[in-house]
Design a protein around this ligand. Structure first.
Ligand code: AMP
Ligand code: MG
Length: 517
Protein backbone atom coordinates (compact mmCIF):
# COMPACT_ATOMS: atom_id res chain seq x y z
CA UNK A 1 0.00 0.00 0.00
CA UNK A 2 1.10 3.53 -0.71
CA UNK A 3 1.78 5.12 2.66
CA UNK A 4 0.01 8.32 1.56
CA UNK A 5 -3.20 6.26 1.62
CA UNK A 6 -2.88 5.53 5.33
CA UNK A 7 -5.84 6.94 7.19
CA UNK A 8 -4.73 8.71 10.37
CA UNK A 9 -7.48 10.47 12.28
CA UNK A 10 -5.60 11.28 15.52
CA UNK A 11 -8.70 11.84 17.63
CA UNK A 12 -6.70 12.22 20.82
CA UNK A 13 -5.12 15.45 19.62
CA UNK A 14 -8.10 16.60 17.58
CA UNK A 15 -10.63 16.30 20.39
CA UNK A 16 -8.71 16.88 23.60
CA UNK A 17 -7.05 20.11 24.68
CA UNK A 18 -3.32 20.33 23.94
CA UNK A 19 -0.42 22.18 25.44
CA UNK A 20 0.18 25.65 23.94
CA UNK A 21 3.93 25.13 23.84
CA UNK A 22 5.52 22.62 21.48
CA UNK A 23 8.87 20.87 21.79
CA UNK A 24 10.58 18.96 24.58
CA UNK A 25 11.37 21.65 27.14
CA UNK A 26 10.66 19.95 30.49
CA UNK A 27 7.67 21.51 32.20
CA UNK A 28 4.46 21.15 34.13
CA UNK A 29 1.63 21.04 31.65
CA UNK A 30 -1.68 22.28 33.03
CA UNK A 31 -5.13 22.03 31.49
CA UNK A 32 -3.95 19.84 28.62
CA UNK A 33 -3.99 16.12 27.82
CA UNK A 34 -1.01 16.17 25.47
CA UNK A 35 1.96 18.10 24.13
CA UNK A 36 3.11 18.29 20.56
CA UNK A 37 6.65 16.93 20.23
CA UNK A 38 8.71 15.36 17.46
CA UNK A 39 10.79 12.21 17.77
CA UNK A 40 14.49 13.06 17.92
CA UNK A 41 16.30 11.68 14.86
CA UNK A 42 18.69 8.77 15.29
CA UNK A 43 22.02 8.03 13.59
CA UNK A 44 21.47 4.77 11.77
CA UNK A 45 18.06 3.11 12.14
CA UNK A 46 18.03 -0.59 11.38
CA UNK A 47 15.06 -2.97 11.61
CA UNK A 48 15.94 -5.77 14.04
CA UNK A 49 12.58 -7.50 14.31
CA UNK A 50 8.91 -7.00 13.61
CA UNK A 51 5.60 -8.69 14.27
CA UNK A 52 4.23 -10.16 11.06
CA UNK A 53 0.69 -10.21 12.48
CA UNK A 54 0.72 -6.56 13.53
CA UNK A 55 2.33 -5.40 10.28
CA UNK A 56 -0.34 -7.28 8.31
CA UNK A 57 -3.14 -5.91 10.48
CA UNK A 58 -1.93 -2.37 9.90
CA UNK A 59 -1.23 -2.96 6.21
CA UNK A 60 2.37 -1.80 6.53
CA UNK A 61 5.29 -3.08 4.49
CA UNK A 62 8.19 -3.24 6.91
CA UNK A 63 10.81 -3.97 4.27
CA UNK A 64 11.20 -0.45 3.02
CA UNK A 65 13.66 2.27 3.91
CA UNK A 66 10.71 4.53 4.65
CA UNK A 67 9.42 2.16 7.32
CA UNK A 68 12.74 2.05 9.14
CA UNK A 69 13.07 5.83 9.03
CA UNK A 70 9.54 6.36 10.40
CA UNK A 71 9.73 3.71 13.11
CA UNK A 72 13.23 4.76 14.13
CA UNK A 73 12.01 8.33 14.61
CA UNK A 74 13.59 10.05 11.59
CA UNK A 75 10.54 10.64 9.42
CA UNK A 76 6.75 10.70 9.43
CA UNK A 77 4.13 9.29 7.13
CA UNK A 78 1.59 11.78 5.82
CA UNK A 79 -1.14 12.24 8.44
CA UNK A 80 1.04 11.52 11.47
CA UNK A 81 0.96 14.19 14.16
CA UNK A 82 3.30 13.27 17.04
CA UNK A 83 2.40 13.90 20.66
CA UNK A 84 3.31 12.92 24.19
CA UNK A 85 0.41 12.28 26.57
CA UNK A 86 0.09 13.96 29.93
CA UNK A 87 -0.78 11.84 32.95
CA UNK A 88 0.09 11.28 36.58
CA UNK A 89 0.16 8.24 38.76
CA UNK A 90 0.59 6.50 42.06
CA UNK A 91 4.03 4.93 42.11
CA UNK A 92 4.72 2.27 44.73
CA UNK A 93 1.77 3.48 46.76
CA UNK A 94 2.53 7.21 46.64
CA UNK A 95 1.06 9.96 44.52
CA UNK A 96 3.84 11.04 42.15
CA UNK A 97 2.21 14.03 40.45
CA UNK A 98 2.70 14.69 36.75
CA UNK A 99 4.55 11.89 34.94
CA UNK A 100 3.45 11.74 31.31
CA UNK A 101 5.07 10.11 28.30
CA UNK A 102 8.69 10.77 29.14
CA UNK A 103 10.02 8.42 26.53
CA UNK A 104 7.00 7.57 24.47
CA UNK A 105 5.79 9.57 21.50
CA UNK A 106 2.58 8.67 19.72
CA UNK A 107 2.74 9.15 15.97
CA UNK A 108 -0.95 8.92 15.22
CA UNK A 109 -4.12 6.87 15.31
CA UNK A 110 -4.39 4.70 12.22
CA UNK A 111 -7.86 3.70 11.00
CA UNK A 112 -7.78 0.35 9.29
CA UNK A 113 -10.53 -2.18 8.65
CA UNK A 114 -12.95 -0.49 11.05
CA UNK A 115 -10.36 -0.55 13.82
CA UNK A 116 -8.23 2.15 15.34
CA UNK A 117 -4.62 1.62 16.27
CA UNK A 118 -2.48 4.18 18.00
CA UNK A 119 1.14 3.84 16.95
CA UNK A 120 3.53 4.84 19.68
CA UNK A 121 7.32 4.93 19.66
CA UNK A 122 9.06 4.11 22.91
CA UNK A 123 12.59 5.50 23.24
CA UNK A 124 12.21 8.20 20.57
CA UNK A 125 13.79 11.03 22.55
CA UNK A 126 12.85 13.65 25.11
CA UNK A 127 9.42 15.15 25.66
CA UNK A 128 8.11 17.76 28.10
CA UNK A 129 7.53 14.82 30.46
CA UNK A 130 11.07 13.42 30.43
CA UNK A 131 11.97 15.18 33.70
CA UNK A 132 15.71 14.53 34.24
CA UNK A 133 15.97 11.70 31.73
CA UNK A 134 16.86 11.30 28.05
CA UNK A 135 13.71 9.80 26.56
CA UNK A 136 15.70 6.90 25.17
CA UNK A 137 15.55 3.15 25.71
CA UNK A 138 18.34 0.59 25.61
CA UNK A 139 18.31 -2.39 23.31
CA UNK A 140 17.90 -4.95 26.08
CA UNK A 141 14.74 -3.43 27.54
CA UNK A 142 13.36 -2.80 24.04
CA UNK A 143 13.83 -6.45 23.08
CA UNK A 144 12.04 -7.43 26.27
CA UNK A 145 9.12 -5.11 25.59
CA UNK A 146 8.86 -6.08 21.93
CA UNK A 147 8.84 -9.84 22.47
CA UNK A 148 6.67 -9.79 25.58
CA UNK A 149 3.94 -7.70 23.98
CA UNK A 150 3.54 -10.30 21.28
CA UNK A 151 4.06 -13.28 23.57
CA UNK A 152 1.23 -12.06 25.81
CA UNK A 153 -1.06 -11.65 22.84
CA UNK A 154 -0.40 -15.18 21.68
CA UNK A 155 -1.08 -16.43 25.20
CA UNK A 156 -4.54 -14.95 24.81
CA UNK A 157 -3.96 -12.17 27.32
CA UNK A 158 -5.22 -8.63 26.67
CA UNK A 159 -2.15 -6.53 25.90
CA UNK A 160 -0.73 -3.70 23.88
CA UNK A 161 0.98 -5.05 20.78
CA UNK A 162 4.37 -4.35 19.23
CA UNK A 163 4.95 -3.64 15.55
CA UNK A 164 8.68 -3.16 15.28
CA UNK A 165 12.03 -3.04 16.99
CA UNK A 166 14.53 -0.67 15.42
CA UNK A 167 18.16 -0.24 16.50
CA UNK A 168 19.05 3.44 16.53
CA UNK A 169 22.80 3.27 15.99
CA UNK A 170 23.15 5.68 18.93
CA UNK A 171 24.52 4.80 22.33
CA UNK A 172 22.47 5.28 25.49
CA UNK A 173 24.16 5.62 28.86
CA UNK A 174 22.61 3.67 31.73
CA UNK A 175 23.54 2.78 35.26
CA UNK A 176 21.87 -0.64 35.17
CA UNK A 177 22.09 -1.31 38.90
CA UNK A 178 21.99 2.27 40.12
CA UNK A 179 25.40 1.62 41.67
CA UNK A 180 27.46 4.40 40.12
CA UNK A 181 28.76 2.43 37.14
CA UNK A 182 27.09 3.92 34.07
CA UNK A 183 27.79 2.26 30.74
CA UNK A 184 27.13 3.07 27.11
CA UNK A 185 24.68 0.61 25.61
CA UNK A 186 23.06 0.30 22.18
CA UNK A 187 19.77 2.17 21.89
CA UNK A 188 16.54 1.04 20.25
CA UNK A 189 13.00 2.15 19.54
CA UNK A 190 9.95 -0.10 19.83
CA UNK A 191 6.69 0.79 18.14
CA UNK A 192 3.84 -0.18 20.43
CA UNK A 193 0.34 -0.48 19.09
CA UNK A 194 -2.99 -0.34 20.94
CA UNK A 195 -6.48 1.07 20.46
CA UNK A 196 -5.72 3.39 23.38
CA UNK A 197 -2.84 4.20 25.67
CA UNK A 198 -5.02 6.03 28.19
CA UNK A 199 -4.05 5.05 31.73
CA UNK A 200 -5.67 5.30 35.15
CA UNK A 201 -3.15 8.09 35.77
CA UNK A 202 -4.57 10.06 32.83
CA UNK A 203 -7.65 10.71 35.00
CA UNK A 204 -5.82 10.99 38.26
CA UNK A 205 -3.76 13.97 37.10
CA UNK A 206 -6.60 16.43 36.30
CA UNK A 207 -8.48 15.16 39.36
CA UNK A 208 -5.45 15.88 41.57
CA UNK A 209 -5.36 19.43 40.20
CA UNK A 210 -9.06 20.00 40.74
CA UNK A 211 -9.43 20.35 36.96
CA UNK A 212 -12.91 18.88 36.68
CA UNK A 213 -13.49 20.24 33.21
CA UNK A 214 -10.53 18.32 31.79
CA UNK A 215 -11.40 15.27 33.87
CA UNK A 216 -14.90 15.17 32.43
CA UNK A 217 -13.65 15.83 28.93
CA UNK A 218 -11.23 12.92 29.20
CA UNK A 219 -13.90 10.57 30.49
CA UNK A 220 -16.32 11.56 27.73
CA UNK A 221 -13.58 11.17 25.17
CA UNK A 222 -12.47 7.80 26.46
CA UNK A 223 -16.02 6.48 26.44
CA UNK A 224 -16.71 7.79 22.94
CA UNK A 225 -13.46 6.56 21.42
CA UNK A 226 -12.48 3.50 23.44
CA UNK A 227 -15.87 2.21 24.62
CA UNK A 228 -18.14 2.99 21.64
CA UNK A 229 -20.38 0.05 22.50
CA UNK A 230 -21.60 1.80 25.67
CA UNK A 231 -24.87 3.67 25.32
CA UNK A 232 -26.68 6.13 27.56
CA UNK A 233 -25.53 9.34 29.11
CA UNK A 234 -24.61 11.12 32.31
CA UNK A 235 -23.88 9.28 35.50
CA UNK A 236 -25.50 6.05 34.30
CA UNK A 237 -23.06 5.94 31.40
CA UNK A 238 -20.10 6.71 33.66
CA UNK A 239 -21.23 3.94 35.98
CA UNK A 240 -21.38 1.41 33.20
CA UNK A 241 -18.00 2.54 31.89
CA UNK A 242 -16.27 2.28 35.25
CA UNK A 243 -17.73 -1.19 35.75
CA UNK A 244 -16.31 -2.20 32.37
CA UNK A 245 -12.88 -0.88 33.30
CA UNK A 246 -13.04 -2.89 36.52
CA UNK A 247 -14.20 -6.03 34.74
CA UNK A 248 -11.53 -5.82 32.07
CA UNK A 249 -8.84 -5.25 34.67
CA UNK A 250 -10.05 -8.33 36.53
CA UNK A 251 -9.92 -10.45 33.39
CA UNK A 252 -6.40 -9.26 32.62
CA UNK A 253 -4.96 -9.88 36.05
CA UNK A 254 -6.61 -13.31 36.31
CA UNK A 255 -4.78 -14.25 33.13
CA UNK A 256 -1.50 -13.02 34.60
CA UNK A 257 -2.04 -15.36 37.54
CA UNK A 258 -2.92 -18.21 35.21
CA UNK A 259 0.37 -18.07 33.32
CA UNK A 260 2.64 -16.92 36.15
CA UNK A 261 3.26 -13.45 34.75
CA UNK A 262 4.57 -10.79 37.13
CA UNK A 263 4.22 -7.28 35.76
CA UNK A 264 6.71 -5.82 38.21
CA UNK A 265 5.59 -2.16 38.18
CA UNK A 266 1.84 -1.96 38.66
CA UNK A 267 1.85 1.77 39.24
CA UNK A 268 -1.39 3.47 38.21
CA UNK A 269 0.39 5.15 35.29
CA UNK A 270 0.99 1.65 33.93
CA UNK A 271 -2.66 0.55 34.19
CA UNK A 272 -4.52 0.67 30.89
CA UNK A 273 -8.09 1.96 30.79
CA UNK A 274 -8.84 -0.86 28.34
CA UNK A 275 -7.54 -3.53 30.69
CA UNK A 276 -4.53 -4.22 28.47
CA UNK A 277 -1.23 -5.38 29.89
CA UNK A 278 0.86 -2.26 29.47
CA UNK A 279 4.45 -1.13 29.90
CA UNK A 280 6.74 -4.12 29.90
CA UNK A 281 9.67 -3.20 32.10
CA UNK A 282 11.05 -5.42 34.85
CA UNK A 283 8.44 -8.12 34.31
CA UNK A 284 9.07 -11.83 34.67
CA UNK A 285 7.56 -15.28 34.73
CA UNK A 286 7.39 -17.32 37.88
CA UNK A 287 9.68 -20.30 37.48
CA UNK A 288 10.01 -22.08 40.85
CA UNK A 289 6.56 -21.34 42.24
CA UNK A 290 6.71 -18.50 44.75
CA UNK A 291 3.90 -16.02 45.36
CA UNK A 292 6.39 -13.62 46.97
CA UNK A 293 8.62 -13.39 43.93
CA UNK A 294 9.19 -10.16 42.02
CA UNK A 295 11.71 -9.65 39.24
CA UNK A 296 11.95 -5.92 40.00
CA UNK A 297 15.03 -5.04 42.09
CA UNK A 298 13.62 -1.56 42.65
CA UNK A 299 10.84 -3.30 44.58
CA UNK A 300 12.95 -6.00 46.23
CA UNK A 301 12.49 -4.54 49.72
CA UNK A 302 8.74 -4.05 49.95
CA UNK A 303 7.79 -6.56 47.23
CA UNK A 304 4.67 -4.53 46.67
CA UNK A 305 4.25 -5.93 43.18
CA UNK A 306 5.08 -9.57 43.92
CA UNK A 307 3.29 -12.30 41.99
CA UNK A 308 0.80 -13.16 44.72
CA UNK A 309 -0.20 -9.55 45.35
CA UNK A 310 -1.24 -8.61 41.83
CA UNK A 311 -4.98 -9.09 42.30
CA UNK A 312 -5.05 -6.92 45.41
CA UNK A 313 -2.85 -4.31 43.75
CA UNK A 314 -5.13 -4.15 40.72
CA UNK A 315 -8.01 -3.51 43.11
CA UNK A 316 -6.03 -0.87 44.98
CA UNK A 317 -5.30 0.83 41.67
CA UNK A 318 -8.99 0.77 40.73
CA UNK A 319 -9.78 2.42 44.05
CA UNK A 320 -7.36 5.21 43.09
CA UNK A 321 -9.17 5.55 39.77
CA UNK A 322 -12.54 5.58 41.54
CA UNK A 323 -11.33 8.38 43.79
CA UNK A 324 -10.17 10.37 40.80
CA UNK A 325 -13.56 9.92 39.13
CA UNK A 326 -15.62 10.65 42.22
CA UNK A 327 -16.21 14.35 41.37
CA UNK A 328 -18.28 13.14 38.43
CA UNK A 329 -20.60 11.14 40.68
CA UNK A 330 -23.20 12.45 43.09
CA UNK A 331 -22.75 9.36 45.23
CA UNK A 332 -20.05 6.74 45.67
CA UNK A 333 -22.41 3.76 45.31
CA UNK A 334 -21.93 3.35 41.53
CA UNK A 335 -18.15 3.40 41.99
CA UNK A 336 -18.41 0.82 44.72
CA UNK A 337 -20.55 -1.29 42.39
CA UNK A 338 -17.74 -1.21 39.84
CA UNK A 339 -15.20 -2.28 42.43
CA UNK A 340 -17.53 -5.10 43.44
CA UNK A 341 -17.72 -6.11 39.78
CA UNK A 342 -13.94 -6.39 39.85
CA UNK A 343 -14.07 -8.77 42.79
CA UNK A 344 -16.87 -10.85 41.27
CA UNK A 345 -15.27 -11.09 37.87
CA UNK A 346 -11.88 -11.84 39.30
CA UNK A 347 -13.29 -14.68 41.42
CA UNK A 348 -15.22 -16.11 38.47
CA UNK A 349 -12.19 -15.91 36.17
CA UNK A 350 -9.92 -17.46 38.74
CA UNK A 351 -12.35 -20.33 39.11
CA UNK A 352 -12.63 -20.83 35.38
CA UNK A 353 -8.85 -20.86 35.05
CA UNK A 354 -8.57 -23.26 37.96
CA UNK A 355 -11.01 -25.69 36.35
CA UNK A 356 -9.21 -25.47 33.01
CA UNK A 357 -5.68 -25.65 34.41
CA UNK A 358 -6.48 -28.76 36.41
CA UNK A 359 -8.84 -30.19 33.79
CA UNK A 360 -11.70 -30.66 36.23
CA UNK A 361 -14.64 -30.18 33.87
CA UNK A 362 -16.61 -28.09 36.34
CA UNK A 363 -16.05 -26.41 39.66
CA UNK A 364 -16.97 -28.46 42.71
CA UNK A 365 -16.67 -28.08 46.41
CA UNK A 366 -13.09 -28.72 47.49
CA UNK A 367 -11.55 -27.72 44.16
CA UNK A 368 -10.18 -24.42 45.44
CA UNK A 369 -8.48 -26.27 48.24
CA UNK A 370 -7.16 -28.83 45.76
CA UNK A 371 -5.51 -26.01 43.84
CA UNK A 372 -4.16 -24.25 46.93
CA UNK A 373 -2.65 -27.49 48.10
CA UNK A 374 -0.96 -28.06 44.74
CA UNK A 375 0.46 -24.54 44.76
CA UNK A 376 1.78 -25.12 48.25
CA UNK A 377 3.50 -28.28 47.07
CA UNK A 378 4.99 -26.48 44.10
CA UNK A 379 6.39 -23.91 46.48
CA UNK A 380 7.65 -26.36 49.11
CA UNK A 381 9.12 -28.63 46.46
CA UNK A 382 10.74 -25.75 44.56
CA UNK A 383 8.98 -26.74 41.36
CA UNK A 384 8.60 -24.92 38.07
CA UNK A 385 5.05 -23.61 37.75
CA UNK A 386 4.80 -23.83 33.95
CA UNK A 387 6.34 -27.28 33.67
CA UNK A 388 4.35 -28.72 36.54
CA UNK A 389 0.94 -27.63 35.26
CA UNK A 390 1.79 -28.66 31.73
CA UNK A 391 2.90 -32.11 32.89
CA UNK A 392 -0.30 -32.72 34.86
CA UNK A 393 -2.17 -33.20 31.59
CA UNK A 394 -0.21 -36.39 30.93
CA UNK A 395 -0.61 -37.90 34.39
CA UNK A 396 -1.57 -41.57 34.42
CA UNK A 397 -4.86 -41.47 36.30
CA UNK A 398 -4.77 -45.15 37.20
CA UNK A 399 -1.27 -45.11 38.59
CA UNK A 400 -0.34 -41.51 39.23
CA UNK A 401 3.40 -41.03 39.64
CA UNK A 402 5.53 -38.12 40.81
CA UNK A 403 7.83 -39.04 37.92
CA UNK A 404 5.36 -37.36 35.54
CA UNK A 405 6.35 -34.03 37.09
CA UNK A 406 10.05 -34.88 37.30
CA UNK A 407 11.20 -32.14 34.93
CA UNK A 408 9.67 -29.46 37.16
CA UNK A 409 11.97 -29.95 40.17
CA UNK A 410 14.79 -27.47 40.66
CA UNK A 411 16.62 -29.42 43.33
CA UNK A 412 16.82 -32.94 44.75
CA UNK A 413 16.24 -31.46 48.19
CA UNK A 414 12.99 -29.90 47.10
CA UNK A 415 11.89 -33.14 45.54
CA UNK A 416 12.74 -35.03 48.69
CA UNK A 417 10.68 -32.64 50.78
CA UNK A 418 7.44 -33.14 48.91
CA UNK A 419 7.42 -36.62 47.39
CA UNK A 420 5.13 -38.25 49.99
CA UNK A 421 2.68 -35.36 50.10
CA UNK A 422 2.78 -34.89 46.35
CA UNK A 423 2.09 -38.58 45.80
CA UNK A 424 -0.97 -38.27 47.98
CA UNK A 425 -2.08 -35.16 46.19
CA UNK A 426 -1.71 -36.78 42.79
CA UNK A 427 -3.90 -39.68 43.94
CA UNK A 428 -6.54 -37.32 45.21
CA UNK A 429 -6.32 -35.31 42.01
CA UNK A 430 -6.56 -38.40 39.80
CA UNK A 431 -9.68 -39.52 41.64
CA UNK A 432 -11.23 -36.08 41.25
CA UNK A 433 -10.48 -36.02 37.52
CA UNK A 434 -11.81 -39.51 36.96
CA UNK A 435 -15.06 -38.47 38.59
CA UNK A 436 -15.37 -35.55 36.17
CA UNK A 437 -16.75 -37.66 33.34
CA UNK A 438 -14.55 -36.17 30.62
CA UNK A 439 -12.70 -38.21 28.04
CA UNK A 440 -8.91 -38.05 28.45
CA UNK A 441 -8.70 -36.26 25.10
CA UNK A 442 -11.15 -33.57 26.19
CA UNK A 443 -9.36 -33.07 29.43
CA UNK A 444 -5.91 -32.87 27.86
CA UNK A 445 -7.04 -30.42 25.20
CA UNK A 446 -8.57 -28.12 27.80
CA UNK A 447 -5.53 -28.33 30.05
CA UNK A 448 -3.08 -27.69 27.24
CA UNK A 449 -5.02 -24.63 26.19
CA UNK A 450 -4.81 -23.23 29.73
CA UNK A 451 -1.25 -24.24 30.60
CA UNK A 452 1.28 -22.89 28.13
CA UNK A 453 4.29 -24.96 27.28
CA UNK A 454 6.38 -21.93 26.30
CA UNK A 455 6.53 -18.73 28.32
CA UNK A 456 8.97 -15.86 27.98
CA UNK A 457 11.31 -16.82 30.76
CA UNK A 458 13.72 -14.02 31.57
CA UNK A 459 16.78 -16.06 30.71
CA UNK A 460 15.36 -16.82 27.26
CA UNK A 461 14.97 -13.13 26.65
CA UNK A 462 18.47 -12.58 28.02
CA UNK A 463 19.97 -15.06 25.54
CA UNK A 464 18.33 -13.21 22.67
CA UNK A 465 19.61 -9.94 24.17
CA UNK A 466 23.18 -11.24 24.50
CA UNK A 467 23.17 -12.32 20.86
CA UNK A 468 21.67 -9.06 19.67
CA UNK A 469 24.23 -7.04 21.62
CA UNK A 470 26.91 -9.08 19.81
CA UNK A 471 25.34 -7.98 16.53
CA UNK A 472 23.10 -10.97 15.78
CA UNK A 473 19.39 -10.12 16.04
CA UNK A 474 18.23 -13.55 14.79
CA UNK A 475 17.65 -14.75 18.35
CA UNK A 476 14.85 -12.21 18.75
CA UNK A 477 12.92 -13.58 15.79
CA UNK A 478 13.60 -17.19 16.89
CA UNK A 479 12.22 -16.41 20.32
CA UNK A 480 9.20 -14.59 18.95
CA UNK A 481 8.49 -17.51 16.61
CA UNK A 482 8.34 -19.92 19.53
CA UNK A 483 6.19 -17.55 21.58
CA UNK A 484 3.69 -17.24 18.74
CA UNK A 485 2.45 -20.77 19.56
CA UNK A 486 2.85 -21.08 23.30
CA UNK A 487 0.31 -23.87 23.78
CA UNK A 488 1.56 -26.11 20.97
CA UNK A 489 4.10 -28.86 21.23
CA UNK A 490 6.94 -27.62 19.06
CA UNK A 491 9.25 -30.54 18.31
CA UNK A 492 12.89 -29.51 18.20
CA UNK A 493 12.28 -26.42 20.31
CA UNK A 494 12.19 -28.08 23.74
CA UNK A 495 15.13 -25.92 24.84
CA UNK A 496 12.70 -22.99 24.94
CA UNK A 497 10.48 -24.90 27.38
CA UNK A 498 13.25 -25.84 29.78
CA UNK A 499 13.36 -24.76 33.38
CA UNK A 500 15.77 -22.01 34.35
CA UNK A 501 19.38 -23.19 33.95
CA UNK A 502 21.70 -22.80 36.91
CA UNK A 503 23.72 -19.99 35.27
CA UNK A 504 20.60 -17.83 35.15
CA UNK A 505 19.76 -18.07 38.83
CA UNK A 506 21.56 -14.90 39.90
CA UNK A 507 22.42 -13.38 36.54
CA UNK A 508 21.35 -9.77 35.87
CA UNK A 509 18.49 -9.67 33.41
CA UNK A 510 17.43 -13.17 34.41
CA UNK A 511 16.66 -12.99 38.07
CA UNK A 512 16.59 -9.25 38.65
CA UNK A 513 15.71 -6.25 36.57
CA UNK A 514 15.52 -2.56 37.16
CA UNK A 515 12.65 -0.26 36.39
CA UNK A 516 13.50 2.35 33.84
CA UNK A 517 16.11 1.16 31.45
P1 AMP B 1 8.09 3.46 33.72
O1 AMP B 1 8.69 2.94 34.98
O2 AMP B 1 8.82 3.00 32.47
O3 AMP B 1 6.62 3.20 33.62
O4 AMP B 1 8.31 5.02 33.73
C1 AMP B 1 7.77 5.88 34.70
C2 AMP B 1 7.85 7.31 34.24
O5 AMP B 1 9.23 7.68 33.99
C3 AMP B 1 7.09 7.60 32.95
O6 AMP B 1 6.57 8.91 33.03
C4 AMP B 1 8.17 7.50 31.92
O7 AMP B 1 7.84 8.21 30.76
C5 AMP B 1 9.37 8.09 32.64
N1 AMP B 1 10.64 7.58 32.10
C6 AMP B 1 11.16 6.36 32.29
N2 AMP B 1 12.33 6.23 31.63
C7 AMP B 1 12.57 7.40 31.02
C8 AMP B 1 13.61 7.90 30.18
N3 AMP B 1 14.66 7.17 29.84
N4 AMP B 1 13.48 9.15 29.73
C9 AMP B 1 12.44 9.90 30.04
N5 AMP B 1 11.43 9.51 30.82
C10 AMP B 1 11.48 8.27 31.32
MG1 MG C 1 5.13 3.68 32.56
Amino acid sequence: MNTTDLNFDNRFVRELPGDGETGPRRREVLGAAWSSVMPTPVAAPRLLAYSPEVAAKLGLDVHTQGFVEVFGGNALYAGMQPWAANYGGHQFGHWAGQLGDGRAISLGELRVGGERWELQLKGAGPTPYSRGADGRAVLRSSIREFVCSEAMHHLGIPTTRALSLVATGDAVVRDMFYDGHPQAEPGAVVCRVAPSFIRFGSFELPASRGDQALLRQLVDFCIARDYPQLAGSGEALYTEWFAQVCTRTAVMVAHWMRVGFVHGVMNTDNMSILGLSLDYGPYGWVENYDPDWTPNITDAQGRRYRFGAQVQVAYWNLVRLAQALSPLFADVAPLQAGLDAFADTQAAEERAHLVAKLGLGEFREGDAELMTRFQQLLQDGEMDMTLAFRALASLDLVQPQVATLEAAFYSPAGRERVVPALTQWLQRYAARVQASGQTPQQRQAIMQAANPKYVLRNWLAQQAIDRAEQGDPAGITDLLDVMRHPYDEQPGREAFAAKRPEWARERAGCSMLSCSS
